[in-house]
Write a protein that binds this ligand. Structure first.
Ligand code: KIV
Length: 302
């Protein structure tokens, strides 16, 4: 009898080892059980349940509208689907940074109620104290700097960050603050490739780029963007590797047509019962002349 080897969950120590060995890795978002399973089986070591959920799955116009219950619900589904990958839950707008106690408590819910192994927080210098407190309470944190979508109202839109001398210096300070606060990795979103490279060279934790060129330690993308399922705007930095939305649409059209033409369900998709049993059920058999104890209409009564 061959017992299958139990799957071991990737930890932040594994991520650190991959980084130290110079292994560049792909990470991706997921929001549901089947996608998490597929991503996990593809060997991706880290899955982010991003608050991009709000825009690509829930139809909101901004990530600011996502609440913690929605995030916990989807994180739980991903954690059930991913047996091996490190699952990171994205802390939604204003669930951190208002008070340290509440930030730690909310971060803890991702681990205790949604079975994530880490959380992600936006902001560099401004979030460093919060990060430090969360890490200090035993919860691994991934930072997120550059374009931080929860701050889009302050940043004035989804645009590349750090193109001027001052904003680039601020980004380097942000990256160092995140590292100093104890984060195990930091997302660099929409940062010029040269600056992302300079930040990567200055840090001793992995940088995870999105729209930040090829010189980061790892890459992250929104799953619906790269599989071709996003409805509406897809950022320029996302390459579409498949047309899943189109495949889904074709399948739904084919299903609709098969039902309306009577082609589906066919015998192979149905089950049957003994004809004699049906005869009895309907009160047609010789044996079934007695009064029916139930008041259902039998053929003989019709
Ligand atoms: O919410 C998200 O999906 C993210 C990634 C884009 C990094 O924050």
């Amino acid at each position: 009898m061959s017992a299958s080897k139990p799957v071991r969950r990737i930890t932040i120590a594994d991520i650190a080892r991959m980084y130290e060995e110079g292994e560049r890795f792909a990470t991706i978002t997921a929001y549901d059980f089947p996608t998490a399973r597929i991503v996990d089986e593809a060997g991706i070591p880290l899955i982010l349940v991003g608050d991009s959920l709000g825009m690509v799955m829930l139809g909101y116009d901004t990530t600011v509208r996502v609440n913690i219950d929605e995030m916990l619900h989807h994180t739980r589904a991903v954690a059930r689907g991913a047996k091996r990958a490190l699952v990171v839950g994205d802390m939604p707008f204003l669930t951190y940074g208002v008070s340290t106690e509440e930030s730690v408590e909310h971060a803890g819910r991702f681990l205790s109620e949604a079975y994530a192994q880490a959380v992600k927080i936006e902001g560099g210098v401004r979030s460093a104290k919060t990060m430090e407190a969360i890490v200090g309470s035993g919860i691994p944190v991934m930072g997120h700097i550059g374009l931080t979508p929860q701050g889009v109202n302050q940043l004035g839109g989804h645009r590349v960050q750090g193109k001027t001398r001052d904003s680039a210096r601020k980004l380097i300070a942000d990256a160092l603050a995140v590292q100093e606060a104890g984060a195990f990795a930091v997302v660099l979103e929409l940062v010029p490739a040269e600056l992302a490279q300079a930040i990567t060279e200055r840090l001793s934790i992995p940088t995870v780029g999105i729209g930040s060129g090829p010189h980061t330690s790892a890459e992250i993308q929104v799953v619906t963007d790269v599989v071709g399922l996003t409805q509406g705007f897809v950022p320029r930095h996302a390459r579409q590797f498949w047309a899943v939305g189109e495949a889904l649409s074709r399948a739904v059209h084919a299903y609709r047509d098969a039902v309306t033409t009577g082609d589906f369900p066919a015998e192979a998709e149905s089950s049957s019962m003994e004809a004699s049993v049906l005869e009895e059920v309907l009160g047609r058999s010789e044996l079934d002349r007695a009064e029916s104890p139930m008041s259902i209409p039998l053929d003989r009564d019709l």
